[in-house]
Write a protein of this length. Structure first.
Length: 155
């Protein structure tokens, strides 16, 4: 499958093969790295997987503590209350290196990369927000194409 922008039809990826599920993020001792930078990718190159859980903004106070979103760990607000994502389900998760023509527009504060906490932060050349990049050194390295903003086409 090739994923294209739903608004303008421009291809955002090359041909990708579907995985049955999103893999576990590879373990990485990012705090030991000599240079800050992205972790190894969660999804291998030239593949994609569909995220079954809610992902990204908005984050709301959770009844039961747990990971805020898949592979993100626990998050809490300034009052120490646990947060959980109420973002969209069904994101298409890919290796960020497989995406083309996207421009980063920060939606939440980060140190060296981008965080998914503020919602979509990747813009197509046509100006439409289409994806969420997670690339800060302490986060899994993934790009989530928004199911509502891209289309899958046969190459
Ligand atoms: Zn577009
Ligand atoms: Zn960083």
């Amino acid at each position: 499958m090739v994923f294209v922008c739903a608004a303008c039809g421009v291809p955002l990826t090359g041909p990708l093969t579907r995985l049955p599920a999103v893999p576990e993020a590879p373990y990485t001792a990012w705090w030991d790295a000599d240079e800050p930078g992205p972790s190894p990718p969660t999804v291998p190159s030239r593949h994609y997987a569909v995220e079954a859980e809610p992902y990204g903004a908005p984050l709301v106070v959770a009844e039961v503590p747990g990971p805020a979103m898949p592979r993100r760990g626990m998050m809490s607000n300034v009052h120490g209350q646990p947060l959980v994502s109420q973002g969209p389900r069904g994101n298409i998760v890919i290796n960020p290196d497989d995406a083309r023509g996207l421009k980063l527009q920060h939606a939440s504060a980060a140190c060296c990369g981008a965080t998914p906490d503020g919602g979509m932060n990747q813009m197509c050349a046509c100006g439409s927000l289409v994806a969420t990049l997670s690339s800060d050194c302490c986060l899994p390295y993934e790009l989530h194409l928004s199911a509502g903003h891209v289309r899958a086409v046969r190459p």
